[in-house]
Design a protein around this ligand. Structure first.
Ligand SMILES: Cc1cc2nc3c(=O)[nH]c(=O)nc-3n(C[C@H](O)[C@H](O)[C@H](O)COP(=O)(O)OP(=O)(O)OC[C@H]3O[C@@H](n4cnc5c(N)ncnc54)[C@H](O)[C@@H]3O)c2cc1C
Length: 428
């Protein structure tokens, strides 16, 4: 039997904050105490604003202490897809912002002295098919030439120098992506936000909002608040308090398993460079060594929308063994899931609606994006020009026939799994 709580919570479990009275008024009410909400709260509190953050769970108990800790600032659509959809200028601006956001997170962790095991390890993306290796090689060129990012293609013959498997047809190694301990990052941000004066209310759901004389009336389970500004950072945990947003974001379960500690020899054979790993499959897996280098943390789709059955854990274990056959029979100590938020065009967003600011839709890559977007939303509230962002555009469109229960996901997963299998058969 493995633990169903995140591996990260062994060292940094969510904290139980002292219960404090909900103040009747404040400059800003923030919904959600993950990276987004805390990024916004810290910025506003340091600018001298009175801030109350509300979370219906313990702070961080959403995705921000459950994730893989891969600091990628990934964008799901390829550069080419973004150019086709948004135009060359916007696509380039979004790519440049991803680079700035990654660098800003590294600077933030360093300057604020957050002890979260951050290391710029680099990331390898494995090609599931030979044709995808060619595409990754072109992407490496683009990253180098247009963004000055150190990146190169690794042919299959040299792959074992980076990752101990022959599963992929080569891949792309880039140096600007790293790994961290997500729950320690969250804990560090929580401490900073509280120290700056933000009041964080745990176990306090926001039940609704309404415009109220130039500001907002925010109704919470522990009383109503008059706030001049509202920032929503609920992402994959958005509930019925904001039905409008819920129709625009699909919560998708992502799951991670942790192996038992492996020998030093085996770890250096499987992960000789200690890099973060991604791949090109449609339903891709993401994995990494634990920060202490003793285990592999392996994440991917969960495929369920209710309950907590055993089969997604078995599916992940099989996928791990496909890549590293030597791990067949290795004990899995932890298996847990959380929700990421997808929107229709798969681009993270900062937007306004009826005066409220939203920062959501990181599509599984919020370690870099969420704090960045929360901070941007706060700067917009402050009228600070640093709030400008290439992610600041119209709200994502509503998803047809969807009101909050993603009934279509099992079918989508089955279809994508089939595509991946066929792709592998055709690709050799
Ligand atoms: C298993 C897993 C692996 C992942 N791996 C990675 C990775 O390796 N790299 C990466 O970049 N990203 C990864 N992610 C995504 C990343 O964790 C998220 O994008 C990020 O944490 C989002 O932060 P957030 O603050 O916006 O949302 P969250 O941390 O999810 O916080 C939202 C909060 O809103 C609260 N809330 C919702 N509704 C209300 C309400 N009505 N009232 C009060 N509070 C409310 C919730 O309780 C929750 O705490 C992963 C996610 C998961 C689940």
């Amino acid at each position: 039997m493995q633990a169903t709580r995140p591996y990260w919570w062994e060292e940094a479990p969510p904290v139980d904050l002292p219960v404090t009275e909900v103040r009747e008024s404040c400059d800003a009410a923030i919904v959600g105490a993950g990276y987004t909400g805390l990024g916004a709260a810290l910025t506003l509190a340091r600018a001298g604003r009175t801030v109350q953050v509300f979370d219906r769970l313990r702070p961080g108990e959403g995705a921000s202490t459950r994730n893989g800790g891969i600091a990628s600032g990934n964008l799901r659509p390829s550069y080419r897809q973004m150019v086709a959809k948004l135009g060359a200028g916007r696509a380039a601006a979004i790519q440049a912002e991803a680079k700035a956001a990654r660098e800003d997170l590294a600077r933030f962790i360093r300057d604020e002295g957050i002890d979260c095991d951050f290391r710029l390890t680099g990331r390898f993306t494995g090609a599931a098919r030979p044709s995808e290796y060619e595409e990754l090689a072109r992407e490496a060129d683009l990253l180098r030439k247009s963004l000055g990012i150190e990146a190169h293609a690794v042919p299959r013959a040299e792959q074992r120098g980076v990752l101990g498997t022959d599963f992929y047809h080569g891949g792309l190694l880039r140096s600007d992506i790293g790994g961290l301990h997500p729950a320690k990052l969250h804990r560090g941000m929580l401490e900073l936000a509280r120290k700056a004066g933000a009041i964080i209310h745990a176990a306090t759901p926001v039940l609704g909002f309404a415009a109220d004389g130039g500001g907002f009336k925010v109704t919470t389970a522990r009383g109503a608040v008059k706030a001049r500004h509202v920032i929503v950072g609920t992402n994959g945990y958005t509930d019925g308090a904001d039905r409008w947003l819920r129709r625009r974001l699909v919560p998708v379960r992502s799951r991670i398993i942790a192996t038992a500690p492996l020998s030093d020899n085996l770890m250096s054979e499987l992960m000789p460079k200690g890099v973060m790993v991604a791949e090109t499959r449609k339903l891709h897996y993401y994995y990494r060594p634990s920060p202490d280098g003793t285990r592999i943390l392996f994440g991917g789709r969960d495929g369920t929308i209710a309950g907590d059955p055993a089969w997604p854990t078995d599916g992940l274990r099989r996928a791990l063994v496909d890549i590293f056959p030597v791990l067949d029979g290795t004990h899995i100590t932890h298996s847990w899931f959380g929700h990421v938020a997808m929107n229709r065009d798969m681009i993270p967003r900062i937007f306004s609606r009826e005066g409220m600011r939203y920062a959501v839709g990181y599509c599984g890559s919020g370690v870099v994006w969420a704090r960045w977007a929360g901070q941007k939303a706060a700067w917009l509230v402050l009228g600070d020009e640093r709030g400008q962002s290439a992610l600041d555009f119209r709200p994502p469109p509503a998803i047809p026939l969807y009101a909050g229960t993603p009934w279509f996901l099992p079918a989508v997963f089955a279809w994508m799994t089939l595509q991946d299998r066929l792709g592998r058969l055709r690709g050799g």
